[in-house]
Design a protein around this ligand. Structure first.
Ligand SMILES: Cc1cc2nc3c(=O)[nH]c(=O)nc-3n(C[C@H](O)[C@H](O)[C@H](O)COP(=O)(O)OP(=O)(O)OC[C@H]3O[C@@H](n4cnc5c(N)ncnc54)[C@H](O)[C@@H]3O)c2cc1C
Length: 386
């Protein structure tokens, strides 16, 4: 049987791109298929509305792929502390970085994807086309593209995002629910400097994050019930800034400017068995978590790194790297972290957003955690995606 590639990666979001690059680096012949146009080269200018808080583990992967130094030179914002609170900022749970290691880095989605797309590795990139049909079994996978082309490979990596049409086509089941919440995203200028601290307040209506940007502004992710989100989206700029100042407890003083708001629907999705013979799902195609911990991309990048390492190890041992047994080994390695993150984010969302009394008790609990070494370490490790 002849193959056009070892692996076809469907979806060129951050996770699919990272998987393609990592697999190519491990010596696999890779073809990536992305529905949208290739990402434009990063030229600075206005900061992208979508930014991610990348963990040290994610940055390690990008470094291994040879692109982190270019990303860092372009525009990143390391953060050296985190503050999480409920009622009063002075009751906050605080994390501080070690002198030589930031807790994480705020990186723009467009910069990340442009760097991954331009990564020096030899893998084929096909943009502006989709997979319309798939036939996967233990011996390989065949795909038909929208332009009529057919490709065959040993393995299909499904990285086509939370709605994942391919997951549906392949009959991979998912479970989950809508949070009936939306996340409002914008960049804001505040009266006081952010000081390189990532902040999050757990309001009864949902969490509000203020992430420090390199230009001194903060990127906000304000999650709240759909009705409130609609109301906030409809406010004029001045009224929105006032509401945001109040919601943030004026932790950085008044909000003096704000970019146009965007909003995203929030949901949880869990894919208990993200594989069928010949195909495996990763990234948001395999798990969608509430953004309150800012871990979606970090989980997906860990999927990409683990998948590449698992397939490479199987091939080095002379085992069938594309076989179900190898894919099951990959899934076993990733399921504990994924399920823990789904449970943690969902649990925090419910605890602070549901019962007011429980929320207040937990709010007081945050300052207790602040004083309790081991518990705090657990929170810190999870916050950093470790
Ligand atoms: C408001 C908000 C804030 C967030 N903040 C953070 C954060 O701070 N840190 C963090 O780690 N995560 C964060 N996340 C989560 C993060 O955005 C996602 O986890 C991440 O984008 C998932 O990447 P992905 O590549 O798996 O999927 P996607 O980014 O959805 O990419 C999927 C790709 O597949 C392509 N595609 C779809 N269908 C097809 C097809 N049929 N054929 C070919 N291509 C196809 C799409 O065009 C797209 O490019 C946040 C999410 C939200 C909503």
């Amino acid at each position: 049987m002849s193959f056009d590639a070892d692996v076809i990666v469907a979806g060129g979001g951050t996770v699919g791109l990272a998987a393609a690059a990592a697999l190519a680096q491990a010596g696999f012949a890779v073809t990536l298929i992305e529905r949208a146009a290739a990402p434009a080269a990063f030229e600075g200018g206005e900061v992208d509305a979508r930014v991610y808080a990348l963990s040290p583990a994610s940055v390690h992967l990008l470094d291994t792929l040879g692109i982190w130094s270019a990303i860092a030179a372009a525009r990143i914002s390391p953060y050296r502390g985190m503050q999480v609170w409920h009622q009063q900022p002075d009751e906050a749970l605080r994390f501080d970085a070690l002198p030589d290691q930031p807790l994480g880095w705020i990186v723009e989605h467009s910069l990340l994807n442009a760097a991954l797309w331009a990564q020096a590795g030899e893998w084929q990139r096909l943009s502006k086309t989709t997979i319309t049909e798939t036939r996967a079994d233990e011996d390989g996978v065949g795909v038909t593209l929208a332009d009529g082309r057919s490709l065959r490979a040993r393995l299909l990596v499904v990285a086509d995002g939370p709605d994942s049409p391919l997951r549906e086509q392949l009959g991979i089941d998912s479970i989950g629910w809508d949070y009936a919440q939306r996340a409002l995203v914008a960049h804001v200028t505040t009266e006081k400097p952010h000081g390189g601290i990532a902040r999050q307040r757990f309001l009864p209506t949902g969490p509000l994050a203020l992430l420090p940007l390199a230009d001194g502004r903060c990127s906000i992710v304000w999650s709240c019930h759909t009705t409130l989100a609609d109301e906030l989206m409809a406010l004029d700029d001045a009224a929105f800034r006032l509401r945001l100042g109040t919601a943030s407890g004026q932790v950085l003083g008044a909000v003096t400017a704000c970019t146009p708001r965007q909003s995203f629907a929030l949901r949880l999705k869990h894919v208990p068995a993200p594989l069928v013979p010949g195909a495996v799902a990763i990234g948001d195609a395999a798990h969608v978590v509430h953004p309150l911990a800012g871990q979606g991309v970090n989980l997906g990048l860990a999927d990409a790194a683990t998948l590449a390492a698992t397939l490479a190890a199987a091939r080095a041992d002379g085992r069938g790297w594309w076989r179900a047994r190898t894919l099951q080994s990959y899934v076993r390695q990733r399921s504990a972290e994924t399920v823990e993150m789904l449970a943690m984010t969902d649990g925090l969302h419910r605890a602070f957003g549901g019962d007011a009394l429980l929320g207040r008790a937990l709010g007081r609990g945050l300052s207790t955690v602040n004083r309790a070494g081991p518990l705090k370490q657990w929170f810190a490790a999870r916050a950093q995606g470790a």
